[in-house]
Design a protein around this ligand. Sequence first.
Ligand SMILES: NC(=O)c1ccc[n+]([C@@H]2O[C@H](COP(=O)([O-])OP(=O)(O)OC[C@H]3O[C@@H](n4cnc5c(N)ncnc54)[C@H](O)[C@@H]3O)[C@@H](O)[C@H]2O)c1
Length: 332
Amino acid sequence: MNISIFGSGGWGTAISLLLSDNGHRVTLWSKFPEEACALSETRATPLLGGIILPQSVAITSDIADACHGARLAVIATPSHAVRETAREMSAFLAPGTVVVCVSKGIDERDLKLFSQVLSEIFGEERRIVTLSGPSHAEEVARRIPTGCVAASRDENAALLVQDAFMNENFRVYTSSDVIGVELGAALKNVIALCAGTCDGLGFGDNTIAMLATRGLEEIARLAVAMGGRKETIAGLAGLGDLIVTCTSRHSRNRRAGVFIGQGMDTQSAMKAVGATVEGYYAALAAKNLSDKLSVEMPICRAAYSVLYESKPPREAIRELMNRAKRSESDIL
Ligand SMILES: NC(=O)c1ccc[n+]([C@@H]2O[C@H](COP(=O)([O-])OP(=O)(O)OC[C@H]3O[C@@H](n4cnc5c(N)ncnc54)[C@H](O)[C@@H]3O)[C@@H](O)[C@H]2O)c1
């Protein structure tokens, strides 16, 4: 199958390798000609250590070229570039192409999920799939066993993506709950940032476990309010991704949080990480969605106050710990 990947960061590159392992004809597009040139020459990216891309992966910065003949078009840019990349692609993609979004986030401008943004841009005739789960690029590129979920309102499109991506090291489940999968993916980054902050403050495993569990609960609450299913948030794209992001040394969101907990201001922490920290943007979206839909999300709100209003993290945690008494199963 001809598959093109749009976005040549760590994840786009790891996916190119995975799909090339699976015998597909893969094209990897970078927006930046100099990046495409360097990748073509070295076949390697510092983002994935010593992993080398096979010569069979075509690399281009010409978007028309990348769109031409693609059966699957995989969007793997950082979240802030999903809309603009999809717009550029839409002029060249054939109507039958299935569009797969592997970027994790929420469109900041209008709080739309990427599946909604892509449906608007590509129209009904192109089927949209979200692929997500606990999948650090560094580990997928090393062919370490990994599991993800391909979610779509169109079952055949989800099955196509399952077939294309799945191999003995990469297991793919299908789902029809696009909203749950997308929200789990976007918002676990906020909780991971908070987990890192707790680590940076010198708190222990108890705190991280409480944060992750209660964080998952508020993500589920929002997912249900938006039409998703609670059980999806307990699956790979929710709980699975939350575990990996809260605990892994590969997680940029967690690392940014550690710096903040150690006393760095937000902007310096993001600079120190040196790559996109999606949880920073997702915290703003979560706060706005919580306001808009009147869903109580105390942890995401606390993250927002620390990241955008310079609230000292220790104070934010003190406030969370001093919230009114309630039963664990209370909805609010
Ligand atoms: N890295 C992972 O392990 C991983 C795993 C699963 C999902 N994701 C998701 O995939 C998306 C990409 O993550 P990543 O780790 O590859 O990001 P990254 O920070 O490695 O991406 C950097 C690359 O993005 C591209 N880029 C930057 N600005 C762009 C723009 N305006 N238009 C087009 N391309 C642009 C450039 O090629 C740049 O090299 C994110 O939404 C992330 O949450 C990442």
